[in-house]
Every structure is written in structure tokens, then in C-alpha cells.
Ligand binder design. Structure first.
Ligand code: CMP
Length: 227
């Protein structure tokens, strides 16, 4: 079995497919590499392709007229993006750029739509992931409109735990915590607020910071407190 097929088996939206179908998909994909900070797609462009992350990380973000950035999410290995403009035919809903050197699989719009029509299990898995993203967006709306500064920072930590954290015996480790300015852009707050809130969580023994690693010491307690 080729490396491409082995990787495609790990992609959640393809998890129900047979090796034969994965082989067909492997003929449709193209590998593309992006260096850290390289723009992958821009808001308002038309949607000509669907992307799956083989390695690395990307940020999905929007910018205000003044160039202020809000990060909607960070995506990593086996995650996908670029489905929205393909499905609704409108322009890209956000910008996406690499925050680490990244390698991606790219599937052309027509091939991706064909896949959705011919393999309902892919469509259902895609809907499940889009539902998860809508739930995360709902949580963010609640956080931005109803929570105090610490609550907003906690929401971002929970989002990162979900997106890139690894859970082991109730402890969640986020290995490469984004820079404080990026955390601020995710939480809709300032870098100073991020720093203050993180220190307060350390003092309350809710988290541990170790270089750019963050550990949530009791994930279910943290979730109960802040979600
Ligand atoms: P598309 O609109 O084609 O291009 C930008 C992509 O960013 C979009 O598809 C989604 O894949 C992704 N995206 C936009 N908003 C969010 C969000 N709130 N959470 C996760 N991914 C998103």
C-alpha cells in the first residue's frame, strides 16, 4: 500500500472508505508544500480546490479594514479546509496561511464534488466535522459576548485542547502553544490579558506552562469551570 493511501486512511472524512476507493482518491490528489507564513488561500477568492493537511499547521483568520486579525481556528494533520466555497459556490469565507512549514493534499473542486455525490459516507463525515465547527463557533460567540477576560482566554485554551491537544489520564497537553499575540487574536483580547490570565490559571493550579507547552491539569474540571 502506498504512503499516500496509508495517510488517506487516517483522514477522518475518509475513514469509512474501502482501499479501492482510497486508491482512486490518491490519483486525484496533488501534494503541495507551503513554508511558514505563506498564504494558502485568501478571503473573497473563488473556491477552486479542497485541502487536507498532511503535516504542519495552518491558521484560519479574518482581518478588519485596519488590518487587525482574528484567528477563527488552527488546523493540523488530517484536518481539511476549503470546503465552504466549494459547497455554496460563494467566495472563500476566510484567509488560510501556514503557521509551520506544511505539506497539503489538494483536490480540485470538481473531483471533490464528485466524491461527495458518489460517496455519501464522505458527505456525512464532512457534515459531522462541519457540525463540530459550528458548535465551536457557538461556544466562541457565547464567550465573546458573555464572558470576562479569563473566561475568553479559557475558551481559547479549550478550543486548542480540542484542535491540537493530546489527552492522557485526564491531562491535556498542548505541545506548541501559539504565540501570545496569536492567542490574543483568537480570544478577541490583548496580549497583556492573555499573559495575566495564563498566570492566574497557573496560580490556581489549573494549568502548567513549560516553555511553549501548556498542560491542563484536570481537563474535565477546566471544562466544567469554563465551557
Ligand atoms: P472556504 O470558505 O472555502 O475557505 C476558507 C476556509 O476556512 C473555509 O472554507 C473553511 O474550510 C475554513 N473555515 C472558515 N471558518 C471556519 C471556522 N469557524 N472554523 C473552522 N474552519 C473554518
Amino acid at each position: 500500500m502506498s504512503d499516500d493511501i496509508k495517510f488517506l486512511q487516517l483522514v477522518p472524512i475518509f475513514s469509512e472508505l474501502t482501499t479501492e476507493t482510497l486508491e482512486k482518491i490518491s490519483c486525484l490528489v496533488q501534494r503541495r508544500t507551503y513554508t511558514k507564513d505563506q498564504v494558502i488561500l485568501m478571503e473573497h477568492e473563488s473556491g477552486s480546490a479542497f485541502f487536507i493537511i498532511i503535516s504542519g499547521k495552518v491558521k484560519v483568520f479574518r482581518e478588519s479594514e485596519e488590518g487587525k486579525e482574528v484567528i477563527l481556528t488552527i488546523l493540523s494533520e488530517t484536518d481539511f479546509f476549503g470546503e465552504m466555497a466549494i459547497i455554496d459556490g460563494l467566495n472563500r469565507s476566510a484567509n488560510v496561511s501556514a503557521i509551520e512549514d506544511s505539506e497539503l493534499f489538494v483536490i480540485e473542486r470538481k473531483d471533490f464534488l464528485d466524491l461527495l455525490y458518489t460517496h455519501p459516507e464522505v458527505s456525512i463525515a464532512l457534515l459531522q466535522e462541519m457540525t463540530k465547527r459550528l458548535r465551536a463557533a457557538d461556544m466562541k460567540i457565547k464567550s465573546l459576548s458573555l464572558k470576562d477576560a479569563e473566561g475568553k482566554v479559557a475558551t481559547v485554551i479549550l478550543q486548542l485542547a480540542d484542535d491540537i491537544g493530546k489527552i492522557k489520564q485526564g491531562v491535556v497537553e498542548i505541545e506548541k502553544l501559539p504565540f501570545q499575540q496569536d492567542l490574543a487574536n483568537m480570544a478577541g483580547t490583548s496580549r497583556e490579558t492573555i499573559s495575566r490570565a495564563l498566570h492566574s490559571f497557573v496560580k490556581k493550579e489549573l494549568i502548567e506552562l513549560d516553555g511553549n507547552k501548556l498542560r491542563i491539569l484536570d481537563y474535565s474540571k477546566f471544562k466544567d469551570l469554563y465551557s
